[in-house]
Design a protein around this ligand. Structure first.
Ligand SMILES: O=C[C@H](O)COP(=O)(O)O
Length: 339
């Protein structure tokens, strides 16, 4: 995937740089459960909110860079459909959008080639995996499948593990699992670790994203602890939400999780990815999260290897903003309705 492309602004003719190229890194190998790394860690919500408010002041990425940031945001999107009425046709349309997320005149106006702009992955329910795999053949775009009884996860563990293995057998390269909220709420960290380690083993070569469903974990201290347990059990990514909770991705929750990522990385040397998900619809939100990643973890976390957005309806606004950048005009919101 090209990440160093210089983007030519259509209206100004200036060259603007894309973020630094990403380096591939070894998978998180996990470690034995070590509750000392999180048991006494308390997260102060007011302090987390204050820190996020200071980040808001840095969110006004200068106009000349904004298009590059938004193109990079597209590269980090897990383009998602997780609806009860999903069909093969809908998944095929989504995959066509994943291959070409921007209209040709926008790509050309930015001075890019079509192959420069693809999404990070397509994320679907398990039975939609074969349709997505077929539709994305040859594109290099991985298919992510939710599994383990998404979104609630209230199924026997043996069935949750079998669902992972089934989705992998269908061609999913990434598996978005949900944790048992009860185990986090009762702070039964050993049981949570054991479940997650079994899920990681069931994933095999497929990368495991552990959805914490943070809107249901009550405290940021629980969010920090659950993040640590997931990473110790070998998660490749930790992810905020299913998109189905009452509260999904927020910046204070994300700050808590990326601080856990940083602490785990400093203790073990392992790099784990982060995926905020649920409820993100606007391009400016994408910039806000990218700023958080850059400020807290550095430019390496601006790449799809280590950062993804889980979003079913944010790409449309990003495309709209980029079209404005290229043409100086806004299209109606329904023009870029898909995704
Ligand atoms: O993992 C992705 C989420 O389910 C997407 O949530 P959303 O539909 O609110 O964008």
């Amino acid at each position: 995937m090209t990440t160093r492309t210089e983007i030519k602004t259509g209206t100004q003719g200036a060259l603007i740089p894309a973020p630094a190229p990403h380096q591939s890194h070894a998978r998180n190998g996990g470690m034995p459960l070590d509750t000392a790394m999180f048991e006494s860690h308390r997260v102060n919500r007011a302090a987390a909110e204050r820190r996020c408010a200071t980040l808001a002041g840095r969110r006004s990425v200068k106009k000349v860079y904004q298009a590059a940031w938004l193109v990079n945001a597209i590269r980090c999107v897990d383009l998602t459909t997780l609806a009860g009425d999903d069909t093969r046709d809908r998944v095929q349309r989504l995959c066509a959008k994943a291959r070409n997320p921007l209209a040709r005149h926008i790509v050309e106006g930015l001075g890019l080639a079509a192959s420069d702009v693809q999404v990070g992955a397509v994320c679907v329910y398990p039975t939609m995996v074969p349709h997505a795999v077929a539709a994305l053949e040859g594109s290099g775009i991985p298919v992510a499948s939710v599994a383990t009884g998404f979104p609630a996860g209230l199924m026997p563990l043996s069935l949750r593990l079998e669902e992972i293995r089934w989705a992998v057998a269908q061609g999913a390269q990434e598996i978005d699992i949900v944790i048992s909220r009860e185990l986090a709420l009762t702070r039964n960290w050993q049981a949570l670790y054991d479940e997650l380690a079994a899920m990681r083993a069931a994933c095999g070569e497929a990368h495991m994203k552990a959805i914490l469903a943070t809107g249901e974990l009550e405290t940021l201290s629980n969010v920090y602890a659950a993040s640590m347990v997931a990473m110790q059990a070998g998660a490749d990514f930790i992810k905020t939400s299913t998109g189905k909770e009452n509260v999904n991705a927020t910046l204070p929750v994300s700050l808590t999780m990326v601080r856990a990522l940083r602490d785990y990385g400093m203790a073990t040397g392992h790099r784990v990815g982060f995926k905020p998900a649920g409820g993100m619809k606007q391009a400016k939100e994408a910039i806000g999260w990218l700023v958080l990643m850059k400020e807290e973890l550095g430019r390496d976390w601006l790449n799809p290897d280590l950062f993804r957005f889980g979003a079913s309806s944010m790409l449309g606004d990003i495309e709209r903003q980029l079209e404005h950048h290229v043409t100086g005009r806004y299209a109606g919101p329904n023009r870029h309705a898909l995704a």
